[in-house]
Design a protein around this ligand. Structure first.
Ligand code: NAD
Length: 441
């Protein structure tokens, strides 16, 4: 069980009590807002800002009737949570997952607000989801549910208002269907700008060079900025990847280019190990073909316990939320936990790792590359421009390096861990904007 008397819980309890909002100590949203409010206390943020950030501005729930290939009908539940738009239009991915819940979407929307503010990108935070297993439906069914969800969201999304992107279970193809549906509803005079309704589109249809690898690429730039200060060189170290989808597989491939050895990987199909190193490119090809890492010929199958306890320098979660719990943390033998996934670490696992001397690099810093290149895509769409990959990478590196420096500076100034520092640096930016804009009316 998580401890209940942490500073994060105390900060959240105080605000939720004042709002007369129900809370449950072990709920993911409560845990996450607790850390954000603890950071707000650290920087002496005004009370009104803590109230504003503690709940999303809008929580939308839709129910989409969809006919399946066999003629039967399903009613699918969808969400769009718009957490905050003080810095710019709402921005955040759309997840397709059979067990997705409102509190998970609220948490991810809150983290988007923090992420964009830390990176100084002119976006607010949002997140959406559809309760469906995308692997269990045909391509035609997936297209119909995507179009139906897009039309159900209607004017609640828009290129100047709220811009979705891919997340777990969605990809460039899903974004193409979303954009096409939205463009069909748009006035003829705004059809060009309507392409910017989503980012992460295919390159041929308004996507950006470098978007697919962007989250992994951004993570590597963060490591470039921070590891030398820990006396760690990428070409001398080993890593484990939990999750081998977009974020995991691109991180592994880009780290391999830097000479990092990929020792172990686990996904929803199983776990594999090769002490000599797994070829990240070959594994990505195998996963694209078979759907998972299970059965990859050049590695041995291992248990989940062995996966977590394999000694590596960098342990990189790139799957779902809260997978690193205390039990897993107690097995782990790594120097740095690099959060590729959103909210992958439970508070007591983080506490344990920090006490043990493991550095924990927080998600809102490490995985901000995705939203950063989404911002570049949105900009290109608005200006009818096409940037080449070199230009994208250069601009991405600048933003990731500056964000990493911002977190380091805040950690030093506030004498706190990197997660609190990342939230603190984000909150300071949002606070300045509220101070200048005022709170309407
Ligand atoms: P994805 O769907 O491409 O991959 C998800 C991976 O998680 C898959 O390899 C899957 O097998 C694995 N997984 C799922 N359940 C698992 C389980 N029970 N045990 C082990 N592995 C499991 O998703 P993604 O886009 O790579 O996103 C991964 C994480 O990164 C999520 O937290 C997402 O919110 C975050 N993220 C993604 C982006 C992006 O640009 N795609 C950007 C920022 C953050």
């Amino acid at each position: 069980m998580e401890p209940c008397d942490t500073p994060a819980n105390q900060s959240a309890r105080k605000i939720f009590h004042e709002l007369e909002e129900y809370y449950e100590e072990h709920n993911l949203y409560f845990r996450t807002i607790g850390s954000v409010l603890e950071a707000a206390d650290l920087v002496g943020a005004p009370h009104r800002l803590k109230l504003i950030l503690s709940q999303p501005k809008n929580e939308l729930m839709v129910h989409c009737p969809v006919q399946m290939d066999d003629g039967s009908w399903k009613l699918l539940k969808g969400y769009r949570v718009q957490h905050n738009n003080a810095l710019g239009p709402y921005k955040g991915g759309i997840r397709f997952h059979p067990e997705v819940k409102l509190d998970e979407v609220k948490t991810l929307a809150l983290l988007m607000t923090m992420k964009c503010a830390l990176a100084r990108i002119p976006f607010g935070g949002a997140k959406g989801a559809l309760r469906i297993d995308p692997r269990s439906v045909s391509k035609d069914e997936l297209m119909r549910v995507t179009r139906r969800l897009t039309s159900a969201l209607g004017d609640n999304i828009g290129p100047d208002y709220d811009i979705p992107a891919p997340d777990v279970g969605t990809n460039a193809q899903v974004m193409a269907w979303m954009a096409d549906t939205y463009i069909n509803f748009a006035e003829s005079s705004s059809k060009v700008i309507a392409r910017g309704i989503v980012t992460g589109k295919p390159l041929e249809f308004g996507g950006s060079a470098g978007r697919e690898k962007a989250t992994g690429q951004g993570l590597v730039y963060v490591l470039d900025a921070l590891l030398p200060g820990m006396n760690i060189q990428l070409n001398e170290v080993s890593c484990s990847l939990l999750g081998y989808g977009n974020v995991g597989s691109w991180t592994a491939r880009l780290l391999q280019e830097r000479g990092t050895t990929l020792k172990a990987v686990m996904d929803h199909t199983g776990a594999i190990l090769n002490e000599e190193g797994i070829d990240a490119v070959a594994l990505a090809g195998y996963v694209a073909e078979t759907g998972g890492v299970h059965g990859f010929p050049d590695a041995s199958a291992i248990t989940s316990e062995t996966f977590y306890s394999t000694p590596v320098d960098l342990f990189i979660p790139a799957a779902l939320e809260q997978m690193i719990d205390l039990e897993h943390a107690q097995r782990m033998q790594c120097k740095v936990l690099v959060e590729g996934a959103n909210a992958p670490t439970t508070p007591n696992a983080e506490h344990y790792l920090l006490e043990k001397g493991v550095e924990v690099l927080p998600a809102i810093l490490c995985n901000a590359g995705g939203v950063t290149v989404s911002y570049f895509e949105w900009k290109q769409n608005r200006q009818s421009e096409t940037w080449d990959e070199e230009h994208v990478d250069e601009a991405l590196k600048k933003i990731m390096t500056r964000s990493a420096a911002r977190v380091l500076e805040a950690a030093k100034r506030l004498d706190c861990n990197m997660r609190l520092a990342s939230y603190a640096a984000a909150i300071e930016q949002i606070d300045k904007v509220y101070e200048m804009r005022g709170v309407f009316p």
